[in-house]
Structures are given as structure tokens and as C-alpha cells.
Write a protein that binds this ligand. Structure first.
Ligand code: HEM
Length: 527
């Protein structure tokens, strides 16, 4: 009966024939070839061996950070203006010129420390990486949702990530590792203040801000540059979760944010963000009490207003997660004409790291993959290597001269154009030294005071819960950092830790008592 129904279905749906990767039709996809129907398998089981060996290689290394994520496609539409001024005053980047012009985009959202399938309710910054396929080639803006960062020097990044990940021996995560590092890195006080408040768990990817965090430059036709910071503001509004709310979601769903984004786009509810920039003259800015290139700081909005420059809409889901999201590769070095790097030390360090890891994670020709390839012609002599899959048509355009310069042919550099290059000048000794105005606590205190009272309560509770299980030296150092930021902040964390420690002590006493009287915290008689 059931067989008849299956046969009927087969006939009803005109399905295409399954083939091997060599294009051979597969006659039997259920049974390996054996000596007799119970016997050992033969080695010439070509289809089986191809199938199983491809399966064995189905995953690529996960990202060393930001492994858990998802993404979608859409477009960026420029307003052609920055605030009320023509955008060309500041940048010649074509992606921003011509009001109403649309540029295709791909966005990937992520958490930072967790592995590929870790819970999306984690208290963790969220990655917000945008790839714009512009008419001048790709532009990547690789940022986060919190607008600032833990450390300001790229030298510290690998240690920071080691401290945030589980213990290398036991693979058990413990807050002591993070706070040990952070207590010796006072510049992290500001980021920790955001992270342990409800802002540390955005409700979904659709309801969070994004920011480039690091400072870039915009360059105009005259080669003049300004410093610029980018911010994405969600049209859906901002929503964060308390620890309790997050735990309830996590108990049922470890991928709620991926599901939320996917289902919203399937329903036709396309999420949208407006892009703002803050602009500052390049320079030391002695009038500021912080270094403008320090990514642990916000640029005050009253001095450097958020100026709208365009909007982004995500309206297409991936059709294949692995091909389009897992293999996507973003980097801070991927800028177009009209943009440049600032001297922000984190930005400089990051710019080496991304393409370096992608050559390992995806392979040396990762830029040939459709999700990573620009939508303008690529005419490069960086050829060959594993998995070079240029087509015959591409190769035929320039089959012989794979070097430059040449008098015989091949591709040639553009040479100088009319637009003046931006050429910053330097005159200083090469040193390994910290910056002059660390001001590690000023903005942390301002952020603490700017929170609503319920956010402060959450912050204190989350910090106290985590710090109560840390070494006393780490607790004292963290209380000192919070006190420096704001006396009330330090006092409340101190009290919170003491309360939590008492609570833990009582729980432990009850457990001992329970064991002695045959009761456990799970109730009498349970194991
Ligand atoms: C991903 C390095 C700082 C945002 C990554 C990856 C590396 C890395 C190696 C994995 C990339 C891949 O496998 O494709 C670094 C280093 C940093 C740094 C060395 C500091 C020196 C930051 C900062 C931000 C950030 C400050 C936020 C502004 C991201 C995002 C991703 C990422 C969003 C995920 C990109 C994606 O979705 O594929 N980072 N990072 N990183 N990083 Fe950083």
C-alpha cells in the first residue's frame, strides 16, 4: 500500500535524475555493492566512496572568532548627501554619489566567542559585517553593535580572545578568565559596562545597531581627507534582553536570531537600517580628553553629530548557507577609491588578519567564490593556487601575459588620474608605546549614568553574578575600575558581589546539610 503511494508520488512529480558529481545517473542510492546481499563491500564502489569521502570533507574550519552567524542580501541606497551637504565635499566614493542609487549588499551578523552552533542568546558583542558590491569593486564595513571595543591595540587581540574562550585544558568556560584579562586592561571598562548591561544581549539581529567602530577616512577629489565613523540605526527599533529573558529563550532555542532574520525576510518584512556618519578633521584634537583614534571611545554626538547618508534593506535570504554565508569573507582592508585607512592601531592590525585567516579558512582563491567576488570585472595576475576556477572565457581575455608592466600586452595599471591622491605625512620615531590620553574611565562613567535605572540594575546584577565566582584579587581590581568610572557604580558592584557570595555560601551550606540529612537541592530522594 505504502509502496504504491510512493510510486504514485514519483510519477506525479516530474523529478530530475540524481547524478554523481561526474554527471553519471545514480541507479541505486540506497545499497552499497557487496559480495552477496550480506557480504563484504567491494573497493570499486565508486559512487559510495565519492559520496562518503565528500561527506567527510563537508565542513571548512570555522571562523576563529565570530563563528556563529547568519546573513542575508539586499541593497544600500545612497541619499547623495551627508546631512545637508553634497557628499562629494568629503568623499569621491561612488557608492555615496547620486541620490537614489542602489548598490547590492551582503550582510553577516554574528556573535564573537562561541563556536559555530553556540547559543545566540550569549552575552557577547554582535558582529555586523556588510559587503557592498560597488561599481568601483567591493567595500567591506566590518563592525559590531556596541560602537566601541575592549582593547585599543591590535597586539592585545589574540590574548583577549584566548581569555574570553574556554579553558584550553578543560574546555570549560569561566568568567574568571575574562575578568582576569580585563582587570589588567582598564581600557576595557567602557566596553564591559555596555556588555554586562542589557545591551550585551540584543533581542534579535534585526533590532540592533551596527557600527564600524574603527575610524576610517573619507577622501575627496582634491585628495583632502577627514576622519569618519559609520553607524547603522535599525528602523525596527532597538531591543535588548535581560539575562532572565535570554535564559528562557536559550532553554528552548539556541538559534533564535538566525530563525528570526530568516523568517522575517521570508514573510516579506524586510529589515532596514539607516547609515549615519560622524565626521572629524584629522588631527590630534587637543581639545578632546581622549584620542579620536582610540576605539574604546564614542565620539560625543553633540560635537560630532550623526549625519544620515543612506539606507540599507535586506530582502533576500541565502539559498545555500554554506556557499553564501559560511564561505563569505569580509575584511577591513577592502576599501574603494574615496576611502582610506586612519592611523587607528586596531584598524591597522585587523587589516592584516582578515585576508590572512581567509586564505587558511576558505583557501587562497576565496575571492573567486560568487559571494566574495566583486560584481565588476576582475583582471588580475594573482592566479593559480588550489581551486583556481577561472572560466575559459575569463582566461582567454589574457592567456599569455600574466605579469605587468609589459610592452607585449596584458593588463596595465591605470596610471595617475586627475584626482589628487591623499598623502598623509609623518615625522616621528618608530616606537612601541601607548597613546597619550587613555582616559580609561571617563566615558565608562558617562555610559553608566546615561543608562536607565533598570539597565543599571541589570548591569550590577550581571557583573556581581560573574565576579562572585572570581579570585578576590580580580574582584578588587574590577571594583576599583568601576569606582574610577563612577563611585556609585563601584559601590554597587562591591555590594552586589558580597551579596552573591553570601547567597552562594548559603546554597553550599544547604547542600552539605542536605547531603548529611539525605536531601539534595533536587528534593528528597533524588539522585
Ligand atoms: C571576524 C580578527 C577586531 C569585527 C574576525 C576574524 C578574524 C578577526 C581573524 C575571522 C574572519 C574570517 O574567518 O573570515 C580580528 C583582529 C582584531 C579584530 C585581529 C583586532 C586587532 C575586531 C573589531 C571588530 C571586529 C574591533 C568590530 C568592529 C569582526 C566581525 C567579524 C570578525 C564582525 C565577522 C565577519 C564575518 O561575519 O565573517 N576578526 N578582529 N573585529 N571581526 Fe574581527
Amino acid at each position: 500500500m505504502a509502496e504504491n503511494k510512493d510510486q504514485q508520488n514519483e510519477q506525479d512529480i516530474q523529478r530530475e535524475t540524481l547524478t554523481t558529481r561526474q554527471g553519471h545517473p545514480v541507479t541505486d542510492n540506497q545499497n552499497i555493492r557487496t559480495i552477496g546481499n550480506r557480504g563484504p563491500a567491494t573497493l570499486e564502489n565508486y559512487h559510495f566512496i565519492e559520496k562518503i569521502s565528500h561527506f567527510d570533507r563537508e565542513e571548512i574550519p570555522e571562523r576563529v572568532v565570530h563563528a556563529r552567524g547568519t546573513g542575508a542580501f539586499g541593497y544600500f541606497e545612497t541619499y547623495g548627501k551627508v546631512g545637508d551637504e553634497p557628499v562629494e565635499k568629503y568623499t569621491r566614493a561612488k557608492v555615496f554619489s547620486g541620490a537614489g542609487k542602489k548598490t547590492p549588499v551582503m550582510v553577516r551578523f554574528s556573535t564573537v566567542a562561541g563556536a559555530k552552533d553556540s547559543p545566540e542568546t550569549a552575552r557577547d558583542p554582535r558582529g555586523f559585517a556588510v559587503k557592498m558590491y560597488t561599481e568601483d569593486g567591493n567595500w567591506d564595513l566590518v563592525g559590531n553593535n556596541l560602537k566601541i571595543f575592549f582593547v585599543r591595540d591590535a597586539m592585545k587581540f589574540p590574548d583577549m580572545i584566548h581569555a574570553f574562550k574556554p579553558d584550553p585544558a578543560s574546555n570549560v568556560p569561566h568568567p574568571q578568565r575574562m575578568f582576569d584579562f580585563v582587570s589588567r586592561s582598564p581600557e576595557a571598562t567602557h566596553m564591559i559596562t555596555f556588555l554586562f548591561s542589557p545591551w550585551g544581549i540584543p533581542a534579535t539581529y534585526r533590532h540592533m545597531q551596527g557600527s564600524g567602530v574603527n575610524t576610517y577616512k573619507w577622501v575627496n577629489d582634491k585628495g583632502e581627507a577627514v576622519l569618519v565613523k559609520y553607524h547603522w540605526e535599525p528602523k525596527q527599533g532597538i531591543r535588548n534582553l535581560t539575562q532572565e529573558e535570554a535564559e528562557k529563550i536559550q532553554a528552548k532555542n539556541v538559534g533564535h536570531a538566525t530563525q528570526d532574520l530568516y523568517e522575517a525576510i521570508e514573510r516579506g518584512e524586510y529589515p532596514e537600517w539607516e547609515l549615519f556618519v560622524q565626521i572629524m578633521e584629522d588631527g590630534y584634537h587637543p581639545e578632546l580628553d581622549f584620542d579620536p583614534l582610540d576605539n574604546t571611545k564614542l565620539w560625543p554626538e553633540d560635537k560630532f553629530p550623526w549625519l544620515p547618508v543612506g539606507r540599507m534593506v535586506l530582502n533576500r535570504n541565502p539559498v545555500d548557507f554554506h556557499a553564501e554565508i559560511e564561505q563569505a569573507a569580509f575584511g577591513t582592508g577592502v576599501l574603494v577609491d574615496g576611502m582610506d585607512f586612519s592611523d587607528d592601531k586596531m584598524l591597522q592590525g585587523r587589516t592584516f588578519s582578515y585576508s590572512d585567516t581567509q586564505r587558511y579558512r576558505v583557501g587562497p582563491n576565496y575571492l573567486q567564490l560568487p559571494v566574495n567576488a566583486p560584481k565588476v570585472p576582475v583582471r588580475s595576475n594573482q592566479q593559480r593556487g588550489q581551486m583556481d576556477f577561472r572560466t575559459r572565457e575569463e582566461v582567454e581575455k589574457n592567456p599569455h601575459i600574466n605579469y605587468e608592466p609589459s610592452m607585449l600586452g596584458g593588463y596595465k595599471e591605470t596610471g595617475k588620474d586627475d584626482r589628487l591622491p591623499h598623502q598623509p605625512e609623518y615625522n616621528a620615531a618608530a616606537v612601541s608605546a601607548p597613546i597619550d590620553r587613555p582616559n580609561n574611565y571617563g566615558q565608562a562613567g558617562e555610559t553608566y549614568r546615561a543608562f536607565e535605572e533598570w539597565e543599571r540594575e541589570e548591569l550590577i546584577k550581571n557583573l556581581s553574578d560573574a565576579l562572585a565566582v572570581c579570585d578576590k584579587r580580580i574582584q578588587d581590581a574590577m571594583i576599583e575600575h568601576f569606582t574610577q568610572a563612577d563611585e556609585d557604580y563601584g559601590r554597587r558592584v562591591k555590594e552586589g558581589i558580597e551579596m552573591k557570595m553570601k547567597e552562594l555560601e548559603n546554597m553550599e551550606k544547604n547542600e552539605v546539610l542536605g547531603r548529611e540529612t539525605g536531601q539534595t537541592k533536587f528534593g528528597q530522594g533524588s539522585i
